[in-house]
Design a protein around this ligand. Structure first.
Ligand code: FES
Length: 172
């Protein structure tokens, strides 16, 4: 029996609709952990995104840990299943990184790319996203550039990385 999620009032209405959509999908596939991937694929196809709340609800329905669901969703982003840019930059916003300067790096990324976090550049080259700890806490702040982890990043460093990728995109 699935637990009821305790949703804050502000998201309750939107959440109820999302929960209903997820319950439909889960009913089609069966509430089995082995169905996690197809369930997420259907959810993405229907909603165009898999939000944090959606991950929590799916985890709840399948009796899985939210981190397990998030791991699969993250893996999918590397495969480009979601509509994202050619390069996905995921900046860690967990404590060690934040204390080491994530905000300055985030500001440089937003400024350089002209998009906020969660956005994709109009040319489809870059998507900016937040990530939870990516296991690079010994060299913060850290980010994932596609599947590559970079530690000790600075505003100047990320501007260089973007310039290099842009040059590659023009010439490659
Ligand atoms: S806190 Fe950022 S990588 Fe661990």
């Amino acid at each position: 029996m699935a637990m009821q999620l305790d949703l804050p009032d502000t998201v309750a209405e939107e959440g109820a609709e999302l929960v209903a959509a997820i319950d439909d999908i889960v009913a089609r596939h069966g509430a089995k952990r082995g169905e996690l991937l197809p369930i997420l694929q259907d959810l993405l196809a229907e909603r165009g995104e898999i939000s944090d709340l959606a991950m929590q609800v799916v985890a709840d329905r399948l009796g899985a840990a939210p981190s397990e669901v998030q791991g699969v969703v993250t893996f999918y982003s590397f495969l480009g299943v979601e509509k994202r840019g050619r390069h996905v930059i995921r900046l860690c916003h967990t404590l060690s990184c934040v204390m080491a300067g994530t905000r300055d790096v985030a500001a440089a990324l937003e400024d350089e790319l002209g998009i906020p976090f969660g956005g994709t550049t109009p040319d489809g080259m870059f998507t900016l996203e937040w990530a939870n700890c990516i296991g690079m806490c010994s060299t913060p702040p850290a980010l994932l550039l596609d599947a590559e982890a970079l530690g000790g990043v600075t505003p100047a460093h990320v501007r260089e990385v973007i310039a290099a990728l842009r040059a590659e995109g023009v010439h490659g």
